[in-house]
Design a binder for this molecule. Structure first.
Ligand code: MN
Length: 238
């Protein structure tokens, strides 16, 4: 039935996914261009335990969204994510992004996340992957620069973009450092660098109380932790 609607232009491969909450195998249709879209994300999490969204690849989405999540895990860090190829390409930034062009921030590439994750704010329970509190620290749209689509920029290891968020604005470059490792277990190291434009802020300070709250709900990390919101519904993920 569904196969009749498949097109020949893309590689369409049904994947089997074990959904722990049902204990049965369910089929999902995963259209992929490259990489292991969301397999690693799903493998690392137990969705009966974590309120994080299961999500799926949404190749039809053409929106260019970015999100920065403040993640109070075993070590506080910020997760920077960009919609590319129907998923959120992701980097963990230990010190967080900076609007100061002279501060290059280490950004370690992490597994792709589903688009639904851009609205995820809550508490990942103890014992689960990434246990700790997650805040939507900033979000908005981005415009790829350089005349290249974002997937090609990602593939070349250099992404030039203009962010239109509430905290982050203007031009940024994400650039991979050094050679790509043959060892897939080794995480890619990138740098996030603010362009010298009218939005640059040499006095940028992540510790400022101005940057303390969620752009989604206005809550602090402490307030999110004590609220313990319910799992995001399929409706809310749209
Ligand atoms: Mn994280």
């Amino acid at each position: 039935m569904a196969s009749a609607s498949f097109t020949a232009v893309e590689t369409v491969r049904p994947v089997r996914m074990l959904l722990p909450e049902h204990g049965v195998m369910k089929h999902a249709t995963d259209i992929r261009m490259s990489g292991t879209a969301l397999e690693e994300y799903h493998r690392k999490r137990r969705f009966t335990e974590t309120p994080e969204p299961v999500g799926r690849v949404r190749r039809s989405s053409r929106r260019c969204i970015f999100v920065v999540q403040k993640h109070d895990a075993s070590r506080l860090h910020y997760d920077f994510r960009l919609t590319i190829n129907g998923v959120l390409a992701s980097w963990a930034i230990p010190k967080g992004p900076s609007m100061n062009p002279s501060e290059k921030r280490l950004a370690v590439r992490t597994e792709d996340h589903p688009l639904e994750y851009a609205q995820f704010e809550g508490v990942i329970p103890a014992g689960q992957y990434g246990a700790g509190t997650v805040m939507v620290w900033d979000t908005g749209t981005y415009k790829p620069q350089d005349g290249l689509p974002p997937d090609e920029q990602l593939a070349r290891g250099k992404i030039d973009m203009v962010l239109q968020g509430q905290k982050l604005r203007g031009g940024f470059t994400l650039v991979q450092t050094g050679k790509r490792s043959d060892h897939s277990s080794q995480k890619e190291r990138w740098l996030l660098i603010k362009h010298r434009d009218e939005h640059a802020d040499p006095s940028w300070d992540m510790e400022s109380p101005r940057f303390d709250r969620s752009v989604l709900t206005g809550r602090s990390l402490k307030e999110i932790e004590s609220d313990r919101p319910k799992k995001i519904s399929a409706r809310g993920a749209r």
